[in-house]
Structures are given as structure tokens and as C-alpha cells.
Design a protein around this ligand. Structure first.
Ligand code: PLP
Length: 302
């Protein structure tokens, strides 16, 4: 039975706000640059992760399921977020982790476990099969009934929650920008655009055509204006979690200038890309940008 005590709708656990950034470059190019970010609430849920999980939690509750099961790598922000949300809303949680157990646990897995998540490790070969029917059937034999949240929290129920990132935005922005891992957050943002607005996604992985297809798939059956979103693929810095001295230096400088903490895997690449696009006149003078700070700070040292 759905549990009234969970009250998931009423309990947005994070606080969010929008800030105007200033920089001589923005003045020179006549760009207005806002950042949407969360500055309070459980770190693992700040940014996009609460938004991606919200309607999945409601669905699990509606189905009367007690356990969330999901997948991820050992550094997965999504694993951290699922464990945190499960604890907060009274679900049990199971994390299927790619690869072998490494001890001591890193911060992500340590905290997931501290939040009550049961961790199971799967060889890379097995992990690859995680979406197959027979693999999932086997999991149900092992663990009993559960609500399955896909790897990265990427499903259609993640979209309405991500769309809500734009709910309270009164700024007349032209572009909303987000880093893309699975592209789910971007897809959700796209569903919330007004007719003159566009969404820009910054791929953090090499091999963005996969991502392009994924976003198209998530947005299938939604009636959208053509060309209202675009994936920028020039700022992956060699691939997922790859970094360069240039990116590291940019992040340091950005944090000092704006007093906003960013990280090299997602948000650092988006902000680097935005600065570069502004410098290269990608945006017309007068453009108003809204960048979504998607979080990702759970594994940084406190
Ligand atoms: C999970 C995550 C993303 C990726 O979001 P997608 O919806 O998978 O594209 C982006 N930024 C941060 C900080 C994340 O933790």
C-alpha cells in the first residue's frame, strides 16, 4: 500500500535559487549569465538528482514497493543519491555496483552503505547484461520484489521532475544549459521550454552520438518545436571523468571568481564550454543564459 507517511510530494529536501554571475567577458559580449543551484539539503540530492528521482519514488510508493534497486559504478552520484533518498523516504535500497569490491570503500559507497544501501558487486560482463529480462528476473529471485531505477536514473519518469527545475524560474532566459551524462536531465528541461527558448547539453562523454540517440528516445512522443535543443560535444576533455590541466585551472579560477564550487566530471566541463562559446561569439549579444548547476559535490572532500 502507498504510505502516507512518505509524503514525497510535499517534501522537497533541497533548497534552490538562481544567481547572476558577473564577469568582464559577459559585459564585453553582452551576455547575461544566471546559475540555478541548490545550496542546502542533502548534498547527494542537490542539483539534478532529487529531480530525477522524485517521480520514481512516487511510483515506487504508489506500487506499494518497499525496496529500490539500482545500478552504478563505484563513484556514481546516482548510487549516492538513490541511497540518500531511500533513507529519507523510508525505502530499503540495493545497489548493484560494476566491478569488484575495493576496500576500504570510497566515500560514495561508504555513504551509500551508511544510508542503508545493500551493495552487491557484479563483474563487468554480467553488469553489461543488467537490462536483460533474464538478468532482472534473476534479481527478483535473489532479492524479492523491488522498484527498479535504471542506471543513471534514466527513464521517462525522471523527465517531469527535471522539468520542475524550471518551475519557479521567472528570468526570461534564451538558453538553459546542463551537463549530460545520460541526457535525461536535458530531456526533462526540453519538455519545460517556452516557444522562444532552447536547451544546450554539454556531453561529458566521448562518443556523443549515443547520447544524441538516447535524448531523442527519451523525448519520443513529446510534441516539441524542431531544433529546440542541441548537444555540444566539444568539451568532454577526452571522455568521462577525464580531465586536463586546462580544465583544472579553469575550475580553480571559476570558483575563486564566483564563489561557487564546481567539479571536473560534469559542471566544470559545462561551465568551461559556456565560457568558450561566449568567447567565440556562439551567442548573440543580448542573450540570457541559465546554467543548471547539477550538483555532483557528494564525493568531494568536505
Ligand atoms: C548525474 C549527474 C549528471 C548527469 O545527468 P544526466 O541526467 O544523466 O544527463 C550531471 N551532472 C551531475 C553533477 C551529476 O551528478
Amino acid at each position: 500500500m502507498p504510505s502516507a507517511s512518505r509524503n514525497i510530494m510535499q517534501l522537497n529536501p533541497i533548497r534552490e535559487s538562481v544567481r547572476l554571475l558577473s564577469d568582464p567577458l559577459f559585459d564585453e559580449k553582452q551576455i547575461t549569465f544566471y546559475v540555478h543551484f541548490s545550496d542546502a539539503g542533502p548534498v547527494a540530492l542537490r542539483g539534478n538528482k532529487w529531480h530525477k528521482l522524485k517521480y520514481n519514488l512516487l511510483e515506487a510508493d504508489r506500487l506499494g514497493l518497499e525496496t529500490l534497486l539500482t545500478f552504478g559504478g563505484a563513484y556514481s552520484n546516482h548510487i549516492a543519491a538513490t541511497a540518500c533518498a531511500a533513507k529519507l523516504y523510508g525505502f530499503k535500497s540495493i545497489g548493484i555496483i560494476r566491478g569488484e569490491e575495493t576496500l576500504p570503500l570510497n566515500k560514495t559507497l561508504h555513504e551509500a552503505k551508511a544510508n542503508g544501501m545493500s551493495l552487491y558487486y557484479e563483474s563487468r560482463e554480467q553488469y553489461r547484461l543488467k537490462e536483460s529480462e533474464s538478468y532482472v528476473a534473476n534479481l527478483r529471485v535473489r532479492f524479492g520484489d523491488f522498484y527498479l531505477v535504471p542506471e543513471g536514473g534514466s527513464n521517462s519518469l525522471a523527465l517531469p521532475g527535471c522539468r520542475e527545475l524550471l518551475d519557479d524560474i521567472t528570468i526570461p532566459f534564451d538558453f538553459v544549459c546542463s551537463p549530460c551524462g545520460t541526457g535525461t536531465t536535458l530531456a526533462g528541461l526540453v519538455t519545460g521550454l517556452k516557444s522562444h527558448q532552447q536547451a544546450l547539453g554539454f556531453s561529458v562523454l566521448n562518443g556523443g552520438s549515443f547520447l544524441q540517440d538516447k535524448i531523442v528516445e527519451l523525448l519520443a512522443e513529446k510534441s516539441l518545436k524542431p531544433d529546440c535543443w542541441q548537444l555540444i560535444e566539444n568539451y568532454h576533455f577526452g571522455g568521462y571523468a577525464k580531465t586536463t590541466a586546462g580544465l583544472t585551472a579553469f575550475i580553480k579560477d571559476f570558483e575563486k571568481k564566483h564563489a561557487i564550487v564546481i567539479e571536473p566530471i560534469y559542471t566544470g566541463k559545462m561551465f568551461y564550454g559556456l565560457y568558450d562559446l561566449i568567447r567565440n561569439d556562439f551567442f548573440k549579444p543580448g542573450t540570457v543564459l541559465l546554467a543548471i548547476h547539477t550538483g555532483g559535490l557528494q564525493y568531494l572532500p568536505d
